[in-house]
Design a protein around this ligand. Structure first.
Ligand code: C5P
Length: 434
């Protein structure tokens, strides 16, 4: 049971998604957690407190001034009781009050006195979510350490389509599990490098891990497509995500081959992977092809240049006073080339860095490249992606499953990706046995 002995305070606000918090509550209970529910008055218009009282076997906290049942002040006693306070759905109104520190009902009063981690899963109409006031309030809460689980894009109760749907119950549960594991790690694990604030220090590989006996091939970093001896086409990929994936796979017991484009050598995980250094996309394809038969898993995390010059110019191009035209040809798509020939038992996972229509583009790439899963991120967001130490992604799986991994260090995103890889391998194993 994922949440055995854990205690959650579940805050429910007044939006149509309030009915989904009953499912969340029931899921948390099935995973062994104790749950206490606090509702806003508006939430009771959508779902009855009795539903939560039945699911949790305890009274719902609704009214700051109701006669005390056991002479306790819930907003103080519950604040110390819970391991985490999760507010799902959180409305624009409650988010605004939290950001401003207004405490005019049971839920917002409890928020101000709550000691542990606070998780907010907003749900609202797209325009309300995108309104500058809501954006500013969310940013304020994030700065204060509140963990935001962004809403999903899809059909909304109001009949419109867009960003604003409550994240799936699965996503909320995954995020809670992650958050609690972080709280425990930070409190209990001694740091390997006490001089740094490195809470994601490398652990020894697990020889009994779920990937022991498996070979994982990872592409990583950018490629350099030379135009002349000193100039090349490239992108700002640092290779950090690929290296984090290599470490995460090795920790689960895998034999790891990292095929990397030119990156800062200090990021390379030489301690746990065989490193294959390449420069161009064509070289990267050859290196992956050479490893193809022995691979159980491919992860395509490289930011491969889609184009190169047809013929590299032998000598450094000189100024002539005229403009210069470069003709580019397409590079091979490594993920697609491998996907076209992969065995049914091999798992392949790709990445999709998108600036718009993230979900549609990612799903299209997953099918075109015959991937089992794709990890999509929005590179228009400057807080995450390319050179950053953090990432925020959604993992889309072929069976329709979708997991949002909120902003966190790339090492933690890598672990979440490897969890999906393990599940996919187990699934393929089961299919083979049938
Ligand atoms: O089409 P796009 O480049 O956005 O696809 C991204 C995915 O495909 C990533 O997993 C990337 O590593 C992989 N890719 C590849 N070879 C290319 C281009 C992308 O393997 N030439």
């Amino acid at each position: 049971m994922m949440f055995k002995d854990k205690k959650f305070v579940l805050g429910v606000c007044g939006g149509i998604a309030a009915y989904k918090s009953a499912e969340l509550c029931s899921w948390l209970r099935k995973e062994g957690a104790q749950v206490r529910v606090v509702m806003t008055q508006h939430a009771t218009e959508f779902i009855a407190p009795l539903t939560f009282e039945t699911l949790t076997q305890s009274p719902v906290y609704l009214d700051l001034f109701a006669p005390p049942r056991a002479y306790e002040m819930e907003h103080i006693s519950w604040a110390c009781w819970g391991d985490a306070f999760v507010i799902a759905p959180a409305t624009a109104n409650t988010i605004a009050k939290m950001a401003a520190g207004i405490a005019d009902d049971a839920l917002t009063t409890l928020y101000l006195s709550f000691e542990g981690p606070v998780v907010v899963a907003p749900a609202m109409n797209t325009r309300m979510w995108q309104h500058p006031a809501t954006r500013a309030n969310i940013a304020t809460l994030e700065v204060r350490g509140v963990h935001i689980i962004s809403p999903e894009t899809g059909p909304l109760a109001c009949g419109e389509e867009g960003e604003g749907r409550l994240a799936s119950v699965r996503t909320i549960v995954d995020n809670l599990a992650y958050l609690l594991s972080q709280t425990v790690t930070k409190a209990r694990t001694p740091r390997a490098h006490p001089e740094t604030d490195d809470t994601t220090s490398f652990q020894l590989a697990d020889s009994d891990g779920p990937l022991s006996g498996k070979t994982v091939v990872i592409t990583s970093g950018p490629t350099h497509e030379y135009i002349d001896p000193v100039r090349f086409l490239t992108n700002p990929s640092s290779g950090k995500m690929g290296c984090a994936l290599a470490r995460a796979a090795a920790q689960l017991g895998a034999t790891v081959h990292l095929v990397t484009g030119p990156v800062n050598p200090t990021v390379l995980p030489e301690e746990c992977a065989t490193i294959h250094k390449v420069t161009t996309a064509e070289q990267m394809l050859l290196a992956v092809e050479a490893l193809r038969d022995k691979a159980d898993v491919f992860i395509f995390a490289a930011a491969v240049s889609d184009f190169r010059v047809d013929r590299r110019i032998e000598q450094k191009i000189k100024r002539t006073g005229n403009s210069l035209t470069l003709e580019l040809v397409e590079n091979p798509d490594i993920a697609q080339a491998i996907g076209a020939k992969k065995r049914p038992d091999q798992v392949s996972v790709g990445f999709a860095a998108e600036t718009h229509d993230v979900e549609a583009n990612a799903l299209c790439k997953m099918s075109r490249k015959r991937l089992d899963a794709i990890v999509a991120n929005d590179v228009a967001n400057p807080r995450i992606g390319f050179e950053s130490d953090d990432n925020e992604v959604t993992i889309y799986v072929q069976n329709g499953d979708k997991r949002f991994i909120s902003r966190r260090p790339k090492e933690d995103v890598a672990r979440a990706v490897m969890e999906v890889v393990v599940e996919l391998l187990q699934q393929k194993q089961r299919n083979k046995q049938v």
